[in-house]
Design a protein around this ligand. Structure first.
Ligand code: R5P
Length: 303
């Protein structure tokens, strides 16, 4: 029997695309809120003896987590043999350190909750910084899908004479990767974050690339302060307005408009979080990630 794909609300497009690429069955589930704000979930397709996966991107995770964990439990109660999670954006990866006394390392707790309910996890470019591998915090098999190849192809076909720019040391890993795949130069700046919306970025030394088009690449765009500060410098140092590429388009509040107003040129993102800036499709890459992980988990879980 084919595995069954369920979608949390808002994830239907990715679930449909994965079902088509993987030839899995598309199952139905309902998720709604009671008038008191509690969640009601129901699996509406037969799951007995079948492998199941739930698609749920985890931006704004606090609004989604309870229903997601309940849906995983409902799938288990319905007799599913295994339950995987495809979370194109994985939340709580930036709270990977106790910055002040009294805080907790949220990344670890979030990983523990997911690991208890799911048998495996596929995600796209999680924010790995102080935690180097998902296996340091997730106790289930995980697979990381990289957006670099798709971004490099987009840059190669849409931007003339690109110069890739990473805003901070953390971005070096994906900016260098994208630049190498696209065969273009890159530079990485230094960033100091003083608060959620208070960011300082070093002045780029880009004199020798003045005639190139700067392409700013970052994994997460949340308040967009990081991109905005970088765009301001680049507007002064270079001729062309910077193209901004984000893997995960959170764009909290008015962040997208703020970035435009700061002088960004084209703003694009991968489709890990539905947003009008989505231009770079990752369903095929995610399907490869599921394919690579599922056989292993089949062997481990199948009787
Ligand atoms: C942080 O290190 C990340 O790589 C991003 O640079 C950061 O999350 C962007 O956040 P914001 O858009 O709020 O500046």
């Amino acid at each position: 029997m084919n595995p069954v794909i369920l979608a949390m609300p808002g994830n239907e497009r990715v679930a449909d695309a994965l079902a088509a690429v993987l030839s899995f069955d598309r199952g139905a589930a309902s998720v709604r809120r009671f008038p008191d704000g509690e969640s009601h979930v129901r699996v509406e397709s037969p799951l007995e003896h079948r492998h199941a996966l739930i698609v749920c991107t985890l931006d704004r995770p606090d609004d989604k987590l309870v229903a997601l964990l309940l849906l995983a439990s409902a799938a288990r109660d319905s007799g599913a043999r295994s339950i995987g999670l495809v979370a194109p954006y994985l939340a709580y990866m930036r709270q990977d350190h106790r910055f002040h006394p009294g805080e907790t390392i949220s990344t670890r707790h979030f990983a523990e909750w997911i690991s208890r309910r799911f048998d495996w996890l596929v995600t796209v470019d999680p924010h790995l910084h102080r935690i180097k591998e998902l296996s340091e915090v997730y106790t289930i098999p995980t697979r990381v899908v990289h957006a670099a190849d798709s971004i490099a192809r987009w840059v190669g076909s849409e931007v003339e004479r690109p110069l890739l720019v990473g805003p901070d040391e953390e971005s070096n890993q994906w900016v260098a990767d994208v630049a190498q795949r696209a065969g273009v130069p890159f530079t990485v700046l230094e960033k100091t974050r003083r608060g959620d919306r208070d960011v300082e970025v070093s002045v780029p030394d880009v004199a020798r690339w003045r005639s190139h088009t700067p392409v700013l690449v970052d994994d997460i765009v949340s308040t967009a302060r990081t991109m905005i500060e970088t765009v301001r410098h680049l507007r002064q140092a270079m001729t062309e307005p910077p193209v901004c590429v984000g893997v995960h388009a959170i764009f909290a509040g008015a962040a997208f408009d703020d970035l435009r107003r700061a002088g960004a040129g084209t703003i694009v993102s991968c489709d890990t979080i539905a947003h009008p800036s989505n231009r770079i499709e990752l369903s095929a890459a995610i399907a490869d990630g599921v394919r690579a992980l599922m056989p292993t988990s089949f062997r481990e879980i199948s009787p």
